[in-house]
Write a protein that binds this ligand. Structure first.
Ligand code: NAD
Length: 263
């Protein structure tokens, strides 16, 4: 049995994690944590997920857990990572939008505890990452590459962590660094599109769970590869599988490729 704690328990992902946990019998939720002042504090963690856990949402540190699952906000990540290191807990980190310093804190912690860190925990997106890398390597920079993502209007970071991961996969397929070729949106007299540029565009609206399209266009043809998430279930099940897989692993930084047996 793997004891898990859910950080961000009243959030959209936190509630989906609570709803999906019973589908993996080896997992047991022992803590549901929220930020101070949240209106859900004191409520049963399962209530808004449509189930009863006999476990209140609290601000208490999740010390009894083997694995902590963090879907919160990027500013909370360094403290959450430090708490997991102090308690010698494994960490599944799904929170996106981390600054360079916050990412550094995660990498440093991976010397001491096992961490699965992925901007997108779904199987479909991890297959898409592979396809994009291969397509970019085959098509080369003569095919103009653009990434378009759309998410619900509550999303706080842009572009999405998944779009950035797709950009990294595309750049890796071409053997270049994303930061040297990326162009976030366009406006005004931009001039002609430079060869090798990777364009990135973030749409926001409504209740869209997460759409990502990678386009490769040249004169005469266009390839479009699209993934659409229709519910958060795919992310939650991926994160829960990661928690089950991570328990007992050596310290280190792991991706969903490791969890899914693709490495
Ligand atoms: P949300 O705003 O609905 O939920 C986040 C919750 O975290 C909120 O309830 C908030 O009060 C809580 N929180 C903030 N700081 C906290 C702290 N210090 N301790 C405990 N709880 C805290 O957001 P969401 O849609 O659930 O997304 C959360 C994060 O997960 C975002 O960064 C999002 O981009 C990311 N995400 C990742 C994946 C993936 O597969 N990796 C999938 C979906 C969303």
């Amino acid at each position: 049995m793997t004891k898990i704690a859910i950080l961000g328990a009243a959030g959209r992902m936190g509630q989906m994690l609570i709803r999906c946990t019973p589908r993996i019998p080896e997992l047991k939720i022992v803590a549901a944590v929220e930020t101070a002042g949240h209106p859900a504090l004191g409520l049963d963690a399962g209530l808004t997920a449509g189930t009863r856990l006999q476990l209140p949402i609290t601000t208490a540190p999740a010390t009894g857990a083997d694995v902590v699952i963090d879907f919160t906000f990027h500013t909370a990540t360094p403290a959450n990572v430090a708490a997991a290191v102090a308690a010698r807990q494994a960490l599944v980190l799904g929170t996106t939008g981390l600054t360079d310093a916050e990412q550094g804190a995660v990498r440093a912690a991976a010397d001491q505890i096992p961490i699965v860190w992925a901007a997108n925990m779904s199987l479909g997106i991890n297959v898409l990452l592979d396809l994009v890398r291969r397509a970019a390597a085959i098509l080369g920079p003569d095919y103009d590459a653009e990434i378009v993502e759309m998410h619900h209007h509550f999303k706080k970071d842009a572009p999405s962590g998944t779009a950035l991961a797709l950009g990294e996969a595309l750049a890796a397929g071409r053997g270049v660094a994303l930061k040297d070729v990326v162009c976030h949106g366009r406006e005004g007299m931009t001039g002609e599109r430079p060869r090798g540029q990777i364009g990135m565009h973030a749409l926001r609206g409504g209740d869209v769970v997460g759409d990502h399209t990678v386009l490769f266009a040249c004169e005469g043809e266009r390839v479009e590869i699209t993934h659409r998430a229709s519910s958060r279930e795919a992310f939650a099940m991926g994160a829960l599988r990661a928690a089950r897989w991570l328990h007992g692993k050596k310290p280190g930084l792991y991706s969903m490729r490791h969890v899914l047996g693709l490495e």
